[in-house]
Write a protein that binds this ligand. Structure first.
Ligand code: GLA
Length: 360
């Protein structure tokens, strides 16, 4: 792996990092002003930077071994650079003058698996610049700027869950977040449980266009029901008047918000697991963001006696699954599950907990 010095010739001035996240419950609720329950994962993105030695921004990503050069007047061609560019442009809207920078990114957050590698990059970038320029931005403001960067420059009309999770969540406790008010609370995992995250080996496809389509469907549903957002409806019978597709989309959001509020009350791991199973069924049948591989992996996970519950996590259309399981069972559980899931030549792998012998 090339170092900062090898790429830019000199040492960095500041460094910052931010984690990826896995969402336990509350999927596709954030852009409906609803409730979410993510937790940070051990994988992180690190950003090292210094004022630049040339007149263009230079960016290098060690994970992709790619370089990009850009200035602030034109969107970079390279997709990975757009997240950083977007953050810089958002800072400019606050009247902050950004000097030319040399930026080095190193990340072990898996990409395109629904674990928020883009939010980790945005939050780490903004944290590094906050440090360099001594900006008075708190962590919530950082998350809001990161979300705007993603919407305006990466083309995903996302909610604020990922950026808030990357900016304020930790690895030990779940973050309950009301995405309308940004009221938040850190909560312990259900007693006697731990988290397992498994990659299905299928990268997300069509995620951006389908994601944006789901969001507009929810907005139409809210409009037809005469509410600001679907979060304003908590009783599933109130959506019965909607036409079929919109009714199913809305039913997912309404039931999912109810599941998060139930989970917030400090329930047993068994009940939490049932909520995760119900969430998966709802994402598969009503929200239609699953794919056969995710359904199979989830079914295998759900069949294990050490597993309380499992579901796809993140936007869907591929990526990873999350399970709540009995503590200390992860290594053997992962071996059993992956043994079954990978039999037809699939490339599933364990992501959390990080066990080096199994992780690659
Ligand atoms: C992506 C988005 C989030 C959220 C999830 C689905 O990760 O970035 O804002 O909508 O999908 O829950």
């Amino acid at each position: 792996m090339k170092t900062f010095e090898q790429i830019f010739g000199n040492g960095w001035t500041v460094a910052a990092e931010a984690p990826g996240r896995v969402n336990l419950l509350g999927e596709h609720t954030d852009y409906n002003d609803g409730y979410v329950l993510p937790i940070a994962i051990p994988q992180k993105t690190r950003v090292f930077l210094r004022p630049g030695a040339t007149d263009t921004f230079r960016l290098y990503t060690a994970s992709l071994d790619e370089t990009a050069e850009f200035n602030l007047t034109g969107l970079p061609d390279r997709h990975f650079a757009r997240y950083v560019y977007g953050c810089l442009r958002q800072l400019e809207t606050l009247g902050i003058e950004i000097p030319v920078l040399d930026i080095y990114i190193d990340s072990n957050v898996p990409m395109e698996l629904g674990l928020s590698s883009s939010a980790a990059l945005e939050v780490a970038t903004l944290r590094a610049i906050r440090l360099l320029l001594e900006l008075p931005l708190d962590d919530v403001r950082i998350a809001q700027l990161a979300q705007r960067a993603e919407i305006n420059y990466a083309g995903v009309n996302c909610g604020i869950m990922d950026q808030m999770a990357s900016s304020v969540a930790d690895q030990e406790r779940m973050l309950f977040l009301d995405t309308r008010t940004l009221e938040r609370e850190v909560l312990p995992l259900p007693s006697g449980s731990e988290i397992l995250v498994v990659d299905s080996g299928k990268k997300r496809t069509l995620a951006t266009s389908k994601y944006n389509e789901r969001r507009s469907e929810c907005e139409s549903a809210a409009q037809q029901l005469g509410v600001t957002a679907l979060r304003d409806i908590m009783a599933p019978e109130k959506i019965e008047s909607l036409p079929d597709v919109l009714r199913r989309r809305a039913r997912h959001v309404v039931t999912e918000n109810n599941r998060v509020l139930r989970a917030r009350q400090g329930i047993s791991p068994e009940e939490f697991g049932q909520l995760m199973n119900a969430s998966h069924a709802s994402l598969r049948d009503d929200y239609e963001v699953s794919i056969p591989e995710l359904d199979q992996l989830v079914a295998i996970l759900q069949n294990q006696p050490e597993v309380y519950g499992a579901r796809l996590t993140g936007a869907g259309f591929g990526g990873a699954c999350v399970a709540l399981c009995k503590p200390g069972s992860a290594t053997t559980l992962a071996q059993t599950v992956l043994g079954l899931y990978n039999r037809p030549g699939r490339k599933g792998r364990l992501l959390v907990p990080e066990i080096p012998a199994l992780a690659s």
